[in-house]
Design a protein around this ligand. Structure first.
Ligand SMILES: Nc1ncnc2c1ncn2[C@@H]1O[C@H](COP(=O)(O)OP(=O)(O)OP(=O)(O)O)[C@@H](O)[C@H]1O
Ligand SMILES: [Mg+2]
Length: 473
């Protein structure tokens, strides 16, 4: 028998021929694909839809969520704002959909004969007989999953239980997404700065392991940035901006910049209207486009509210540079000048946050800003390795694609740490930046040496779910 700290023997794991599945569940999207490939084949929203039809509850997953504004359709997320699963039943369903819809299909499988759980001669096989007849979606596929660095033990155990018992995976591993992003950048040690949807996080990684005392996270992720853009829209001039998703528009006419939209709205009688959460969900798509096309991070070296090295206030400089145009679904369009910097300045300078009494996001504190959480992360690790981490800063997460983000981060870090060399590595390739933890998982799970790391079904049965704490450090 193995102790939980030992690797499974070759008889327990012999699955070099089968390709593992890598599942990287984020707050906004869930990424899944085959280990060894460059990008995840499956990319779905983590949000799901719920409505009732003829008295029965119906659920919608994947991109279908966007399609039809059904009566009463509401949108939900099984993951909480802190990045930890809140609704396990639904998390299981969404994740399962992410691989069954595009990768595995719902196929029958027999874990006794797939080479991953070979039963040593002479041992009774009766305990697995029940499993044999059931159709479990991952019966043929080892599964590597990612998680946030602050995922609690209970949640980690629950995850391996779902993978082993519900999906029937023959081998499982749970990896911190910071470690995976470091691997994707070709580094075993790095300071990983992840700007996602629900959170920003900083994870110091040393020799492929997270340094737990240094892990920091704060709520100023992409959804917070969206809330700042909404705050800007409310106070926008020449007129406040309302985002009207396409499903509420039946006809529109082109208008000049800054002119009120000329639009015919679609209306729904109350009993046919989707829930407000559906509209918010679709508005988020427009906000995401706005971030991609308009929003810009003030380059520094001083903050936006300060005066630049030439004695001119930065805001004035920003005003004199050409703005960026954006057209909303209802045809309203305008050029955004200095405001395009203001909506993200609070990631660096909490005082710059645009106030909105109605927002669900509490006003940020300086301790939650990117430079401050990096400082806190470095203060949490050994002094000797700080210079090495600073010269290996890995920037990841789709919100880090904000135009100018890495330049500003570089400025801030060089000012905070004038001594050591600061080096930021951030792939220019968009999909590498968006999928880096998935890509790291794809690399890791296909390494020849990795097979010793998998937790086999047999070990799980022997030691219980807590084996995940011992093996997946
Ligand atoms: N080009 C872009 N520029 C700025 N923000 C972007 C861009 N593309 C996507 N985003 C934003 O990035 C966020 C999604 O990031 P990401 O996919 O890294 O999050 P996640 O992994 O699903 O969530 P989390 O890391 O919080 O669990 C969304 O808020 C989206 O609006
Ligand atoms: Mg993420």
């Amino acid at each position: 028998m193995n102790t939980p700290n030992q690797a499974p023997s070759a008889t327990e794991y012999g699955g070099d021929e089968v390709s593992a599945i890598v599942l990287d569940p984020g707050f906004s999207t869930t990424r899944a694909g085959f280990a060894g490939e460059d990008t995840p084949k499956s990319l779905i929203p983590t949000y799901y839809g719920k409505y009732s039809f003829e008295g029965q509850e119906k659920l919608i997953y994947g991109d279908d969520v966007f399609v039809t504004p059904r009566p009463g359709l509401s949108i939900h997320n099984p993951i909480g704002r802190d990045g930890i699963v809140e609704d396990w039943d639904m998390a299981e369903k969404v994740w399962e959909y992410s691989f069954t819809s595009k990768l595995t299909g719902a196929k029958p499988g027999n874990p006794l004969h797939n080479g991953l759980n070979d039963v040593p001669e002479g041992e009774p096989v009766s305990e697995m007989e029940g499993v044999e007849s059931e159709e479990k979606p991952l019966a043929d596929s080892p599964l590597l999953m990612s998680e946030s660095s602050w995922n609690p033990t209970k949640a980690r155990e629950k995850t391996i239980e779902i993978a082993m018992e519900k999906w029937g995976t023959p081998a499982f591993y749970l990896a911190r997404n910071g470690v995976l992003a470091a691997f994707a950048a070709g580094k075993a040690s790095a300071l990983v700065v992840d700007i996602g949807a629900s959170n920003i996080s900083v994870t110091p990684v040393h020799d492929g392991m997270i340094l737990k005392r240094g892990v920091q996270h704060s709520p100023l992720g992409g959804d917070y940035i969206s809330s700042q853009i909404r705050a800007l829209f409310k106070s926008n001039s020449p007129q406040p901006i309302t985002i009207t998703p396409h499903y509420l528009i039946s006809a529109k006419t082109a208008v000049e910049a800054g002119q009120p939209p000329q639009v015919k709205y679609k209306t729904f009688p109350p009993e046919r209207a989707p829930d407000a959460s559906y509209r918010t969900f679709l508005e988020e798509r427009t906000l995401s486009e706005f971030k991609e096309c308009v929003v810009q991070v003030w380059p520094g070296p001083t903050k936006l509210s300060a005066t630049g090295p030439n004695g001119v206030p930065n805001e004035e400089m920003a005003r004199s540079s050409p703005g960026r145009p954006f057209e909303f679904p209802d045809g309203y369009n305008q050029v955004f000048g200095v405001d395009r910097y203001r909506v993200v300045e609070s990631l660096f300078d909490a005082k710059a946050a645009i106030q909105d009494p109605e927002t669900l996001f509490p006003a940020p504190t300086q301790a939650q800003t990117v430079p401050e959480i990096i400082k806190a992360a470095l203060n949490g690790v050994d002094v000797d390795i700080r210079p090495h981490l600073l010269s290996n800063v890995v920037v990841t997460g789709a919100s880090s694609l904000l135009y100018g983000f890495t330049d500003r981060l570089n400025q801030e870090l060089t000012q905070l740490y004038p001594g050591p060399r600061v080096r930021i590595s951030a792939p220019g390739n968009t999909s590498e930046r968006r999928f880096s933890s998935w890509i790291g998982g794809s690399i890791l799970a296909s390494l020849g040496t990795f097979h010793q790391m998998w937790i086999s079904k047999k070990e799980f049965d022997e030691h219980g779910p807590n084996i995940v704490e011992k093996r997946c450090k």
